[in-house]
Design a protein around this ligand. Structure first.
Ligand code: ASP
Length: 295
């Protein structure tokens, strides 16, 4: 997070291209707009080359395993892989099979760590320290990797997280990990400093839909009436927004919305993560000293 802030204050275009000449592969087995473009852009901004491979155009369609794909990329001299994959354990698995770093770019319903980091950076910009702050995450919690990564990061920083949605989409087991759980939107928003809306993850739902889109919109959709009722509340969303469902147009584009700030923060966080994974941390002035101090 410190590195992301340092990159931001140095200015995107004057930040030194520490990874000049390095190569990374973006291996995407699930669709993406923001994550893929953001990693690709972040790699370019630190001087590295991004090689993009999507599942549909890869030999995965012929039956090649993830391990074989990764080993081939490594043999080509590619030094880092950003992986998006439907299996929650995919990044850890691939990293255990290769010598090069694997960055999780979204793993099924597991985690999406860079998203969690940049949501936190965005929230800290808006709220200052997150210690004691209450953050509501509303919608399809059960199938959201964003909810999980945010929960782990936010609680580590002393924030309280309340998950809200119908019981079929908010596992009560989250209580055991310290989250508040409610099916009542007002209960979630009252006393919260920010709300993150999540879409129904249609691609992960089986045939027995655990909640109807109509019910989700009526009970958990954020509209202008909610903004008037909670005028201090900041609104976040990881995208893609299903406008008219979890967020109305007015809310998505309102002054309380931090959504475009999330996207901007994503570039800085990913530049920092990629530099770190290329082993370039020591090349940043002051960084090695800071690390020693932390140790
Ligand atoms: N873009 C986020 C993700 O990849 C959120 C979403 O798709 O709803 O998990």
């Amino acid at each position: 997070m410190d590195r992301a802030r340092a990159i931001r204050s140095s200015g995107l275009n004057s930040h030194s291209r520490l990874a000049e000449g390095r190569q990374a592969a973006l291996l995407f087995y699930e669709n993406s707009t923001r994550t893929r473009m953001s990693f690709e852009s972040a790699l370019g901004r630190i001087g590295a080359r991004a090689l993009v491979l999507t599942e549909a155009t890869s030999s995965a369609t012929k039956g090649e395993s993830l391990r074989d794909a990764g080993r081939n990329l490594e043999a080509m001299g590619i030094e880092l892989i950003v992986l998006r994959h439907p299996d929650p354990d995919s990044s850890e698995y691939l990293a255990s099979q290769l010598q090069i770093p694997v960055v999780n770019g979204g793993a099924g319903a597991g985690e999406h760590p860079t998203q969690g980091l940049y949501d936190i950076l965005t929230l800290e910009d808006a709220l200052g320290s997150l210690e004691g702050k209450r953050i509501a995450i509303v919608g399809d919690i059960a199938h959201s990797r964003v909810a999980r990564s945010n929960f782990f990061g936010l609680t580590r920083l002393g924030a309280r997280v309340v998950f809200c949605g119908p019981p079929t989409l908010v596992p009560a087991a989250w209580r055991e990990l310290g989250a508040e759980v409610t099916d009542d939107l007002d209960q979630a928003l009252c006393g919260s400093h920010a709300v993150m809306a999540l879409r129904l993850q249609g691609e992960r739902l089986g045939p027995d839909t655990p909640a109807s889109p109509g019910e989700m919109r009526a009970r958990y959709g954020l509209d202008p009436a909610i903004l008037s009722k909670y005028p201090e509340l900041f609104v976040l969303h990881p995208g893609p927004i299903m406008r008219g469902m979890e967020l109305s147009h007015e809310v998505a584009d309102s002054e309380r919305s931090l959504i475009m700030k999330q996207v901007q923060s994503g570039i800085f966080v990913r530049m920092a993560v990629l530099e770190e994974c290329f082993g370039l941390a020591a090349a940043v002035p002051g960084e090695s000293r800071r690390r020693e101090a932390v140790r």
